[in-house]
Ligand binder design. Sequence first.
Ligand code: BT5
Length: 314
Amino acid sequence: MSHSRRRIVRALAERDGSVSGPMLAEKLSVSRAAVWKQIEELRAEGFEIESDESGYRLVGIPDRGSTALSLGLDAPFDVEYHETIDSTNRRARELAEEGATDAVVVANAQTAGRGRLNRSWESPPGGVYVSIVCRPDRPPAEVPLYTLAGAVATTRAVRELGLDARIKWPNDVLLVGGGPERKLAGILTEMKGETDRIAWLVIGIGVNVDEPGVQGATGLRTELDDHVPVRTFVQRLLESFESFRRREFESVLSDWRDYAHTLGQRVRVETAGSEVVGRAVGIESPGALVVETDDDTVRIHAGDCEHLRRASTG
Ligand code: BT5
């Protein structure tokens, strides 16, 4: 099934030229008929595979599908792909409850995508909707660091496409050049905690490709005016997230600061039941925004942030 499909496509991808059916069958210890069947299924997934008397040759990899997203991915995630799903976070939570770890759910469209605080996330077809399941052996208080890591990983992947992406605290990825702020991506982190450690964590990332029809939003295709290499984009995002897990996780804070759009701005932050207005001056572990108000310095752990206008630097 899909495991041998992945091995076949890997064997084809490793070769510039063609690979014969018998050679593939021997390499994978399966029958030639099984190879042929898997090649047909790969074609149905969108892989372009030419065949002639010398064998099979891979000439095109699709942007979507679990086999395509797994091919060449340098991170240990098991990818589950859906053309359409209600919510990748909902499915990821289900997998987490079943015991999964290092799993990723990816969809082309969502019918009930969710934002924070039960808001909805518009998820038209052709977007990037990704939810990562992991089980860090860390205290629940550190969860915000993982949200920041999701934002940094997303920002980095967008910047590699040549766009000047910036982060608005805590979890929005914006494009700010050439006009007003435009929201490109958002992150929804959900978790189950035990007293002293995280049981599971789901980091859900939505990146618009086309404009989703939400005021103030934009998409990669709109900004790039070009084909968006969705497969490599998702892979770079996952690899970048993985690199934080391998490093000292606190390093995410300095990367976040490098990409932050919020720092140095006058902000209004709405928290549960109150509002803080002041100048955003820093971020502290595990993700608190430090705001200087007229008469105090406050640390905000959760809320909605609005950029008012650039603070004067004088
Ligand atoms: C977020 O919430 O920004 C988190 C969005 C997370 C979506 C991903 S997609 C994969 C995974 N599966 C899910 O079901 N969810 C996650 P928040 O900061 O609360 O922002 C939500 C607000 O952004 C909405 O109230 C709208 O105003 C606006 N919005 C909705 N859809 C949008 C879109 N596609 N692009 C930009 N803004 C949007």
